[in-house]
Design a binder for this molecule. Structure first.
Ligand SMILES: Nc1nc2c(ncn2[C@@H]2O[C@H](COP(=O)(O)OP(=O)(O)OP(=O)(O)O)[C@@H](O)[C@H]2O)c(=O)[nH]1
Ligand SMILES: [Mg+2]
Length: 539
């Protein structure tokens, strides 16, 4: 119930005064702590502003590089595509980075297990909130309901779908209680790995987006959350709305330094906290190894599988899925394969810059040594709605945009705003980008990604036209949907481009298939470089 404020309330008139007033009854200590926190938040913001200024200046200076922006919503596969670029064109540099991914893959695995344990606890405890949803981006609720009614996505809440009245209640045994107990140390492992990796290890969800937006110094407004392309009218804010504990660039540094501590190669490593990080990482690896059999038993347990099925959760469709490789990954001497790294999930925070020097590069016919071709600057960005305003400063100097639209997500909702369909968000974002005047001269490359997941989804009987009525009675198959969506994206490009004749390439991709992606990227590289050379002739 709403209460009406008495007119004697001295703060009643000014909503700002209420927000800014210190909490009632604040003690001197609390006040000091609050002021410290506020000063820290300001310091972090100033630091971000300064970093953006420097990045901007550096961006302007790099005239001789080919600059490619990877754009698209969160989980569209931008960072995965960047890994493919490194793997295909700079394999030596890629090798050097491999080890740091081990901690991320361990975290992905442990997080999946902890999510299953959460569900198990709920069901076994039958606590009063036993039906409250567990929503984690690491568990994909299957959205197609056999009843076939209801509005698009009505079922995509991550909530446990009640057992049908005819299905018998699930019977848990002593084994389940024992597994829960024996796997309990993985909670601490998850917390430790998250602390080591930093902000990127946390996924954006509707609830933490809301709290970030209400944060005093977040620099965001609710509008940013509701807008797919907050830069659309050239009004992009220059400050990323997330503030970070540790940026993506430095997670690698932190993890590498922790490994160096373990292996004793830390002679020159003076990084603060390195020793504690090293211990934590070693401890995490030990605990994971000692839990390997139990994790495997939990995942393979028939009752657990039935539980996930009844809740319509398909773990294998979620990012960072490693549950079919538990024994291999949990080993103490585990070394990530290329495939593991490409499948690992780590959210991008802010805008990350990667310099890619093409190894074994053969210059195309007609190119000269001074052509911008060998050195690429690739910008990988955080794709959630609250991160997109930070893209804008990078627009006016980009040579090409690679836009990723995941096409398997036609029946999913945005993690940061559960009211918005992910495909709709991709379309809105695409429209915002292709009509941007700053990008009028950019080469545009579109990747309709996650084709493999689309195939799996459709093979499982999900009906496209339930979520996308305009698809009509077309054949419910992946090639037909891919073609249909490609035409839609291409038509929008034609309609909204500020300048006719802008080069446009489109591909259907599966970013976790590195072999197929390598040949797509080779064709993209040759195509965009040809265009770039051609353009250079006329400048
Ligand atoms: N099966 C499958 N998984 C994919 C594909 N592309 C990406 N993924 C996985 O999807 C997850 C998310 O991919 P990312 O590359 O991290 O997504 P992103 O666009 O960088 O996301 P943000 O950094 O949050 O903006 C990762 O676990 C990838 O391995 C694909 O084509 N098929
Ligand atoms: Mg990313």
């Amino acid at each position: 119930m709403y209460s009406i404020r008495p007119s004697t309330d001295p703060l009643g008139e000014d909503p700002l005064a209420k927000v800014l007033a210190p909490p009632p009854g604040e003690t001197a200590d609390q006040r000091a702590a609050r002021l410290r926190e506020e000063a820290e938040a300001k310091r972090v913001n100033d630091e971000i502003d300064e970093r953006i200024k420097q990045e901007r200046a550096a961006w302007k200076k790099q005239k001789n590089m080919f600059k490619l922006l990877l754009l698209g919503q969160s989980e569209s596969g931008k960072s995965t595509m960047l890994k493919n670029f490194q793997l295909a064109f700079a394999p030596k540099a890629w090798k050097a980075e491999r080890e740091s991914w081990r901690a991320v893959i361990q975290l992905n695995l442990v997080r999946s297990i902890n999510n299953i344990l959460d569900i198990l606890s709920q069901e076994m405890g039958k606590t009063p909130n036993a039906t409250s949803p567990i929503t984690s981006p690491f568990m994909r609720p299957v959205t197609g309901s056999s009843s076939g009614h209801g509005h698009a996505n009505a079922n995509d809440s991550g909530s446990p779908t009640a057992e049908s009245p005819s299905s018998p209640p699930i019977q848990f045994s002593h084994t389940h209680a024992l597994l829960k107990l024996r796997l309990a140390p993985l909670r601490r492992v998850e917390a430790d790995l998250k602390q080591l990796i930093g902000a990127a290890s946390d996924e954006i969800t509707a609830s933490n987006t809301t709290s970030a937006l209400s944060g005093q110094d977040s620099g965001s407004s609710g509008d940013e959350l509701s807008a797919a392309a907050p830069f659309e009218n050239g009004t992009g804010r220059r400050r990323p709305s997330e503030y970070y504990v540790r940026s993506n660039a430095s997670w690698r540094e932190a993890v590498r330094s922790a490994y160096n501590r373990i292996s004793g190669n830390d002679n020159n490593d003076m990084r603060e906290g390195g020793a504690a990080d090293g211990e934590r990482l070693e401890d995490a690896t030990d605990v994971i190894a000692s839990c390997a059999e139990d994790m495997h038993a939990l995942w393979k347990d028939e009752v657990v599988q039935e539980l996930l099925k009844r809740r319509r959760i398909r773990m294998e469709l979620a990012p960072g899925f490693f549950l079919n490789d538990i024994i291999r990954i949990a080993a103490r001497d585990y070394e990530p394969t290329d495939d593991d790294i490409v499948r690992a999930r780590l959210r991008t925070v802010g805008v990350q810059e990667y310099r890619l020097a093409m190894e074994n590069y053969e210059r195309p016919v007609g190119a000269t040594a001074s052509d911008v071709s060998r050195d690429w600057m690739i910008y990988d960005v955080g794709g959630s709605r609250t991160s997109r305003a930070a893209w804008y400063p990078y627009f006016d100097d980009a040579n090409a945009i690679l836009f990723l639209a995941p096409i398997s997500c036609f029946d999913e909702l945005l993690a940061e705003d559960r009211r918005v369909n992910r495909l709709e968000d991709s379309f809105l974002l695409w429209k915002g980008i292709i009509q941007s005047k700053l990008l009028a001269k950019c080469i545009i490359v579109l990747f309709l990604n996650k084709y493999d997941l689309l195939e799996v989804k459709l093979a499982n009987g999900v009906k496209v036209n339930r979520y996308l009525p305009s698809f009509g009675e077309r054949e419910n198959t992946a090639p037909v949907l891919a073609r249909y969506l490609f035409q839609k994206f291409r038509d929008q490009h034609r309609e909204y481009s500020p300048q006719a004749g802008r080069p446009f390439y489109g591909y259907v991709t599966t970013a976790v298939d590195t072999e197929a992606t390598a040949s797509t990227l080779a064709s993209v590289r040759d195509g965009v470089l040809r265009h770039n050379l051609h353009r250079a002739d006329f400048v």
